[in-house]
Design a protein around this ligand. Structure first.
Ligand code: R7I
Ligand code: MG
Ligand code: MG
Length: 324
C-alpha cells in the first residue's frame, strides 16, 4: 500500500469537516446585518422613534445594537484569552456598555454595576432572583460556534459560561444553547430534519421541546401564515419567545435570499433586531458571506467584524491545517 493511499481516508474526513472562511464571515456579518437592518422595526412606536433619531452614524452607516456589540465583545475576549474567561468577558461587556445600543433593562443594570466594580456573580441575580431569561445570551451564542465549531459538548459548556454572566436563568441558557448548536450544525450543512431532531434531543424543558415540534411541522407547511408563527413560536424579548422563531426562519430560508428572510422577520414585529440577528447568523453559517458583502458595507464597523471573523477562523484553523 502506498503512503498516499494509506492517508486518503484521513484527508477525506478532514475535508468533510473543514468549515470555510466564507462561512465564518457570513455568520458574523449575518448576525450584524440582521441586527442593524432589524433594529429600526424593534418594539413599539416609541422605540422606533428613538431609533430613527440615533440609528445612523455621522457618515450615514446603520448603527448596530447590543446584539452585535456583545457578539464583538465575546469574540474579542475569546481571542485575547484563547478560552471563555468569565471575569474577563464580564469586564469586556461592561467596558463596551453604552445606553444608546439599546440593551435590555436587566443587562443594562448589571453592566453598570460591573463597571462600578461589583462582581458579576453578585450582581447577575439582582433584578431577577434566578437570573434573566431574556434572549441576550442567545443573541451572541453563534459566536461560540465559531470558537468551538467541531465539538458539541465543548460548545455547550462554553455557552453556559458565556450565558450565566448576564442570563443565569435555565431558560436563558437553554435558548443560547439552541442557537449555538443550530449554528454549529449550519456550518456542517446538516439537513433541517437532522438539525431539529438534534435540537429536540438537546432540549431539557417542555416549552422548547414543544416549540421544536411545532417548528418541524411548520417547515413542512409552505403556506403557513406569519401570524401563526408569531402565535406559536413568539416574537418577544424572552428567550423562549424568540430563539426557536429565529431557528425556524433560518431553516425556512436557508436556500433563499437573506433579504427575503429579513423581510419576513420584520413583518413579524416585536424583537425584530434580535430575531433577525440570530436567524442571520445561522443563515450566514449555511451560506457564507458572498451574497452579503455589498449590503454589509452599509453597517458601521463592518470591516472590523470581517477582520474578527478572519481572526477567529485562523485561530481555529492554523495555517498548516488550512493547506491540507
Ligand atoms: O435579555 P436582555 O439582555 O435583552 C435583550 C433584548 C434584545 O432584544 C436586545 O435587542 C435588546 O433590545 O434587549 O435583557 P434582560 O433585561 O436580561 O431581559 C429582557 C426582558 O426579559 C426583561 O426586561 C423582562 O421583561 C424579561 N425577563 C424576565 N421577566 C420576569 N422574570 C427576563 N428574565 C425574567 C424573569 O426572571
Ligand atoms: Mg438589540
Ligand atoms: Mg432585540
Amino acid at each position: 500500500m502506498t503512503k498516499t493511499f494509506y492517508f486518503f481516508p484521513l484527508i477525506c474526513i478532514w475535508i468533510l469537516k473543514m468549515i470555510s472562511l466564507n462561512k465564518y464571515k457570513g455568520c458574523f456579518l449575518g448576525l450584524a446585518m440582521g441586527d442593524a437592518f432589524g433594529a429600526p422595526y424593534e418594539g413599539g412606536p416609541l422605540e422606533q422613534l428613538l431609533w430613527r433619531a440615533i440609528g445612523k452614524t455621522r457618515d450615514g452607516k446603520l448603527r448596530y445594537t447590543d446584539d452585535t456589540q456583545m457578539a464583538i465583545d465575546l469574540a474579542e475576549s475569546y481571542l485575547y484569552n484563547d478560552t471563555i474567561d468569565q471575569n474577563h468577558l464580564a469586564q469586556t461587556f461592561a467596558q463596551s456598555y453604552q445606553w444608546s445600543r439599546g440593551y435590555g433593562p436587566s443587562t443594562s443594570q448589571l453592566l453598570r454595576l460591573i463597571k462600578k466594580g461589583k462582581n458579576w456573580r453578585e450582581a447577575n441575580k439582582k433584578k431577577f432572583k434566578t437570573g434573566s431569561f431574556g434572549n441576550g445570551a442567545a443573541m451572541r451564542a453563534s459566536i461560540l460556534a465559531m470558537c468551538f465549531p467541531y465539538n458539541v459538548q465543548t460548545l455547550l459548556n462554553s455557552v453556559i459560561k458565556s450565558a450565566e454572566i448576564t442570563h443565569a436563568h435555565p431558560l436563558g441558557i437553554e435558548g443560547a444553547k439552541l442557537i449555538a448548536r443550530a449554528t454549529q450544525a449550519a456550518f456542517q450543512d446538516l439537513d433541517n430534519e437532522k438539525i431539529l431532531a438534534e435540537l429536540f434531543h438537546q432540549c431539557q424543558s417542555k416549552i422548547y421541546k414543544d416549540k421544536i415540534i411545532f417548528c418541524t411541522e411548520a417547515l413542512n407547511k409552505p403556506n403557513i401564515k406569519v401570524s401563526e408563527i408569531k402565535k406559536q413560536l413568539g416574537n418577544g424579548i424572552a428567550a423562549p419567545q424568540s430563539c426557536v422563531t429565529a431557528i425556524y426562519f433560518s431553516l425556512q430560508f436557508r436556500d433563499q435570499k437573506f433579504n427575503s428572510m429579513l423581510n419576513k422577520i420584520i413583518g413579524l414585529g416585536g424583537d425584530t433586531d434580535t430575531i433577525a440577528s440570530m436567524a442571520g447568523s445561522i443563515w450566514g453559517a449555511f451560506n457564507g458571506n458572498q451574497s452579503l458583502n455589498q449590503e454589509a458595507k452599509n453597517i458601521e464597523k463592518w470591516e472590523k467584524i470581517d477582520q474578527i471573523s478572519k481572526d477567529l477562523f485562523e485561530r481555529i484553523h492554523p495555517k498548516h491545517h488550512q493547506t491540507l
